[in-house]
Every structure is written in structure tokens, then in C-alpha cells.
Ligand binder design. Structure first.
Ligand code: ADP
Ligand code: MG
Length: 215
């Protein structure tokens, strides 16, 4: 699903990725770890075309990235962030509906899909609440629903449990792995939590010194 071959990314004079290789097969899960500033978010932004490489090749679903129209690519990808990034003045329903609308999804089917997903993540009947009324774990569950509304094949999660306490982090990580299996998703999860990664095993990669190494 994702393949980087000899990819180099520079910000000014700083080389963040230096002829890096990485791959994630369709239907697979990979953890990406590494120190702060190592280039983990850069790896995600490469895949979403928010950042571009100066060398090497990135392929998504077998196609070189520059052959993907940015909006076509983004439609196939669900994204999760550490800080949830919900709109504070919008309700749960509005947050999800707005993200769906951007993808051309609205109407009765979309509403049903939203309710089904909300129930699946344990937030049935919470549509009218505001993010500030929800716990961190609940906000991340809303973000999971928002990410899955477009039925993406690929989910990129940038430290999705980084703001959560240990128990809640475990619940959210467990939920992501369940959804991955149920929906046949390909999932990349940036995480630092060794304990969680051991509890929910998957391929492990580390970003360091410009390289992405497996193991
Ligand atoms: N848009 C940008 N412009 C300049 N430097 C950037 C930009 N984005 C990230 N960087 C730098 O690139 C390095 C890697 O960043 P990032 O991929 O966000 O690291 P990580 O997610 O592993 O903490 C850091 O030194 C960061 O400051
Ligand atoms: Mg980061």
C-alpha cells in the first residue's frame, strides 16, 4: 500500500529523511517510533503530499505519488492526530458531518453511517455534545469516526494516544486494531508507548538519522 524507496526530504539545509526506505503492505499495521524531531510526522506528511521529497520515490497503492491528485489521495486516507483537532464550537455531529461534506458525503446514508460508527466506538447518542464536554478518549473516538467516514483504505495516525492516560490509551489503541481488522484497513501508527506496542503487536519501524529501519 505504501512504499518509500530512497526517499530524501529536506527543510532548508536540514535533511530529515536521507535515502530512506519503508514499506507497509495492504491490510498491514505498522508502528513508527523515533525521537522527537526524527521525522515521523514528515513520513506521514509525505504520504498525504503535504511535504515533498527531493529524491527517491513514494508509491501509494502501487502508483507514484506525483500521479495522484492531492484531493483523490486525501479521500482515500483517514488521518488521526495526537490532539484530536476537533472544532470546539461544533457538536460531535457537526464535526463529523463537516469532514464528510468535504468529501462529498451528506444525506441520509451519510447520517446512518455516522450513527453506526458512533455506536461502534461507544458514543451512541452523543451527537449533540461539544468536544469540551467529552473526555480525551471520547474526543479521539469522535476523531476516529471522522477519519473513517469516507471509508478510507489507509489510516495514518500520528501519536493518536499521546495525550491519553495509560488506561484510555490502551482502549483507543485496542479500538484502532479492532477497526483495522474489521474494515481491512492498512494502518500506520506513530507511537512511543512500548508497553502498548507489545500489547497490540504489529510491525515496528524506527526513524533515526534520516533512515527508517524495521525491527
Ligand atoms: N515545515 C517545516 N519546515 C521546516 N522544518 C520542519 C518542518 N516540518 C518539520 N520540520 C523539522 O523537521 C524535523 C522533523 O520533524 P517531524 O517530522 O515533525 O518530527 P517528529 O514527528 O518525528 O517529531 C524537525 O527538526 C522539525 O523541526
Ligand atoms: Mg511528530
Amino acid at each position: 500500500m505504501i512504499r518509500l524507496t530512497g526517499v530524501t526530504v529536506r527543510y532548508g539545509r536540514r535533511t530529515v529523511l536521507d535515502e530512506a526506505d519503508f514499506h507497509l503492505p495492504e491490510g498491514g499495521v505498522a508502528y513508527v517510533t523515533g525521537r522527537s524531531g526524527a521525522g515521523k510526522s514528515t513520513l506521514i506528511k509525505l504520504i498525504t503530499r503535504e511535504t515533498s521529497a527531493v529524491g527517491g520515490e513514494v508509491r501509494v497503492a502501487g502508483r507514484p505519488l506525483d500521479e495522484w491528485k492531492k484531493h483523490h489521495l486525501r479521500r482515500r486516507i483517514g488521518i488521526l492526530f495526537q490532539a484530536y483537532e476537533l472544532l470546539e464550537r461544533k457538536t460531535v455531529r457537526e464535526n463529523i458531518a463537516l469532514a464528510a461534506q468535504v468529501r462529498g458525503l451528506y444525506g441520509a446514508d451519510t447520517e446512518r453511517h455516522m450513527r453506526r460508527l458512533l455506536a461502534r466506538v461507544g458514543l451512541e447518542g452523543r451527537e449533540r455534545e461539544y468536544p469540551g464536554e467529552l473526555s480525551g478518549g471520547e474526543q479521539q473516538r469522535v476523531a476516529v469516526v471522522r477519519a473513517l467516514m469516507g471509508q478510507p483504505k489507509l489510516v495514518l495516525a500520528d501519536e493518536p494516544t499521546g495525550n491519553l492516560d495509560g488506561e484510555t490509551a490502551g482502549e483507543v489503541m485496542g479500538l484502532l486494531h479492532e477497526l483495522q481488522r474489521e474494515e481491512g484497513l492498512t494502518m500506520l501508527i506513530v507511537s512511543h508507548d512500548r508497553e502498548l506496542m507489545a500489547r497490540f503487536p504489529a510491525a515496528c519501524w524506527e526513524v533515526a538519522d534520516g533512515k527508517v529501519r524495521s525491527g
